[in-house]
Design a protein around this ligand. Sequence first.
Ligand code: CTP
Length: 396
Amino acid sequence: MNLADRLKNDPFLKRLSDLLGEREAYVVGGYPRDLFLGKRSPDIDIVVLEDVRKFVEPIRELGPVDFRFSEFMTAKFLFPDGRVLDLARARRERYPRPAVLPEVEPAESIEEDLWRRDFSINAMAISLKRTNFGELIDPTGGLEDLQRGRIRVLKEGSFRDDPTRAYRAIRYSLRFNFSYDSLTECEFDLARKYVRLLSFPRIENELRRGSAEERRAEFFHEAEARGLFPWEHRKPALKELKDLDGLLAERKEEDWILFFALFLPEGPGVLEFVHSLPLEKPEKKALLDFLGLRDEEIEMDPGEFHLKHGKSAEEALLVLAAFRPALRDFILDYLERKKKATPQISARELIEMGFTGRKIGEILKKIKILRLQGKIRTKEEERSFVQSQLDERSGR
Ligand code: CTP
């Protein structure tokens, strides 16, 4: 099947092309790449050669859509079926210094826009213009690289300009099982040198994206091995990262922080380091909870453990299970027990039995600990325990 046919198979794009008529517009980046790989990506990047505002009306004819102009020369459309369409004007970029965002200005041709990109496999465009719908524009040899399984930068110094591309290269190489060409391999040395100039949120963004990949344990491992963790850190073994991956039920971008926890440096200064990071509250809590457990002597009694660490985030415990495999079974068992440890007896019943004030909370806590230890399993057993406490108090 030729490209135009493959594109036509996507009714959304076919309609878009019809609506755009003779205007020059191209689908670029991930969409053409994935189309050749036989996948359909939900995100569509479109590049045009005029002011993007001229394209808003025809795109809105596609159906109900939420849209906003974002950065310079771009607009984003969110369709109800989850499709995201990014519209951008073709541009050229100039990096005034390594690792800073580029200065951009409109480009004269689609080719120029393609040459500024990260890798050849991401630098292909497919025309949407009605009269040459489906024509491939591939000035950098992206299709050949796609066929040969190769990640290739488009110019020397690509990773100096933008070291985030190094994380991207790793993501693509693992996702598609591709290798790097020799220039790209050399570029990693530049990335290692300049990555420390990136702001933390930019690195976080790359780690998040890595964390959404199927081979995310390998992603983190390779990123570290290639010097893309520009802070003092420990080097977790691949097995540890894979264990963590296995312990987390789903694959989510938010999990990046849990992988990151395994890289936290050992020794003094780690708390200061964590506090210095620009993180959201729950992320910081996950790291601090993990640190609170990491070097602790852990008593393998679910009740005792709960008394000491019951308030730790569940995710922090999973990181601990990966970090200290000897604790793995105990932690998983504790988490299972915790789910079933909520006392069945109600506060009202306790009041009726004669408990008041703080005592109610205390007895419920005791019941929870005994449930965790497996010493109480039913509501009946809870009642007899409460009765025994009453008897003790009244000296019976
Ligand atoms: N791009 C680039 N350099 C970057 C980031 C992006 O050249 N540092 C270009 C690439 O051409 C890329 C496109 O912008 O294809 C869109 O970027 P993005 O949405 O991040 O990537 P996708 O190609 O959509 O890949 P993914 O499947 O990972 O989402």
